[in-house]
Write a protein that binds this ligand. Sequence first.
Ligand code: ATP
Length: 381
Amino acid sequence: MLDVALATSFDTFSLEVAFTAQAGQTTVLLGESGAGKSTILRLLAGLQMPQHGHIRLHDVTYYDQTQHIAIPPQRRPFGYVFQDYVLFPHLTVFDNVAFGLRAQHLPRAIVKARVAEALERVRLPDLARRLPAQLSGGQQQRVALARVLALQPQLLLLDEPLAALDVQTRREVRQELRTLLREISITTLLVTHHYLDGLLFGDQLLVLDQGRLVQQGGQQELREYPRSSYVAELVGVNFFRGQLLRCENQTTCIIRLINSLDTDAATEIVAILKEQARGETVAPLSGQEIFVVIDPRSITLHHTRPEGSARNVFYGTIMHIIHLGSHTGNHDGKVRISIILDQTQAPLTAEITASSAERMGFREGETVFATFKATEASAYL
Ligand SMILES: Nc1ncnc2c1ncn2[C@@H]1O[C@H](COP(=O)(O)OP(=O)(O)OP(=O)(O)O)[C@@H](O)[C@H]1O
């Protein structure tokens, strides 16, 4: 297994993470641009030194600040495929892949066999004599991967492997890379800012936000229990962080939203506690931090404050209205309406049918009331 703890800081950015990754599996590091993903890869590869931490792979320590161990990059058995995977333009595919092996002064026969094997792996055995300029983007990417695989790494570091490809090529390479990673079963850390790629490649996902790991787990964990607005946005649900005020019974609880500007009732949410997450039986305590998610399809919008006993009533300004798909046959299109709530400045998105949006005539800049049932708001610790 890979066992990592890393801390470093630049002028305006600090990174502090600790995680483990299972041997033979692909772990995805997911985060927005600037979250610190490439920095983690560079620290692992030894291209940059952390201020604290350790790096262990299969019980071998490559870096440990307290023990003064820092194995230089060239002696770490880690294969790093950079985001732009630059190949040597004047060298053939064969020579590009052989480059690292020759640098190790391996016998010619071994170099030849390893290059052939690596090119076979990435399904490029017939292009060994071509120059990079004679290859498609997807093929160049595979050569970059072969160059690293030829060195028989124990850890593969892939920085946004699909980022430099156009949409069509990306689709093909995505599938190939996924198959390849399954076949080779090398412990892999793959960096991406695409949630869907994260789900496709990752057995485990580590979500990084501003230099901190905000969540880790499988697809289901992220989907059902987002723990940051970043993950909630990726998953497509409305997310609130709050403090438990009290529960009316075993499941219905009242939560005060964090960042509430006043104690107005509109800054409280009535929500249903999720089947206490992951088998925990401990009852939540008042004052405890709690998260609430609401599906955008469960939100109803009104021009005026709705009459009646609805308990979750919020108001805010419509920031934008986006049409998703169009009316076709019997299928009504969908419209996403994004609101900023007045009390908390929190975003809230409602998804309604195009026909009801048209009927109601919502406009950007307008103040609207948003309601949802307590049974549609799920709360978890
Ligand atoms: N050597 C450095 N000196 C100063 N700041 C740096 C250095 N390297 C990275 N940073 C800063 O650290 C932050 C994280 O950068 P990093 O490249 O790791 O992000 P990222 O998540 O990989 O983003 P991207 O997907 O855009 O590459 C950024 O704010 C960047 O400007």
